[in-house]
Design a protein around this ligand. Sequence first.
Ligand SMILES: [Zn+2]
Length: 360
Amino acid sequence: MNLPTRVPRRVVLTAPDENCPFCHTHLQISQHRDRAIRTIPEDLSLIMRDKKCPSPTCPQPHLRFRSTEESRIALPHDKLGLDVILEVGHLRFHQHLGFPRIHATLKERGLPISEMGVQYQSRKYEALVASSVTSSQNAVFEKLAARGFLLPIIDAVHYGSGEAVVYLIIDGLSGVPLFGQETVVRGKIELVPFIRQLTTLGLPIIGVVSDKETGLAPAIAEALPGVPHQFCQRHYLGNVATAMEPDLASLGEDVRKREEHLREFQRDLVRLATKAQKDGKPVPPDLSTALEFCEAARAAARIHGRPTTEPSPIKRHKELKRVQEAVSRAGRKKGGIGRCSKDCKQSSSPLRKRVGLRAG
Ligand SMILES: [Zn+2]
């Protein structure tokens, strides 16, 4: 199966912090970093604008403040998104699918990945949910200790009601996973001891970032009393959007089928045009128009949206509707797509049907 080319979406991520948490000086942008990340729905071209404290008297002058969003998109040094690791783990360990099936599923969803790549992501998932930093002989801990404080991101990844939940604690400044847990229940009773593991590291926690997931906020307040808690708006939106996922998947499938039908139909039209040329007859203008509409509708069915705010299936459906309206308008015009030679009369009606146009 040939996958459509994925044009990376440019995303600029700026460190959200305004002032240095240590000396309260206004932070300045100190560097731009580029990262190319491949997630399941799209390729991203990330531009990170990191900040640092300009004060010569700052106790943490070497610290780089980053966007916490980057740690949520991908683990450090990875080229594939964190969503790929989590989805592979979900399909492997919750849905019990074999690697070839997972590979086929991800390719169907547009992600270029090899079967070996799937196996590698599965091992990463196992390591991720088993992450547990301790304060003894641990390279990750040594780096945290040298910095002298923690700024963790706490995340919950849901797979639907009755399904597993994956909890992750990631270091907000380096993006390194600190603790992971896979559980089927999601209550404060399990969450509090999970979050409290942070305190066993014996380092001051200057703040916590999380989404507004039910259960997460009260659990954080109980496990880490007095620690400032910051919510991540974009992630919150992402959580709300997960409720739409089954509908989006079904809409996406519907759009994919329509595109498939259009491709077959386009082939028929090309055959008609070739036959006319062979017979020495001119290609009816409406046939050319129908072909152009086909091309436009197929391009619309492959367009990329934005996760959360405008998911691809919705954008594709909207674009298809625009083409559908254009076909409709052309059909009503004298000499338009619906008023032509016999061949085109036949061709326009399936085209309308195939872009989802109701009869009438
Ligand atoms: Zn400072």
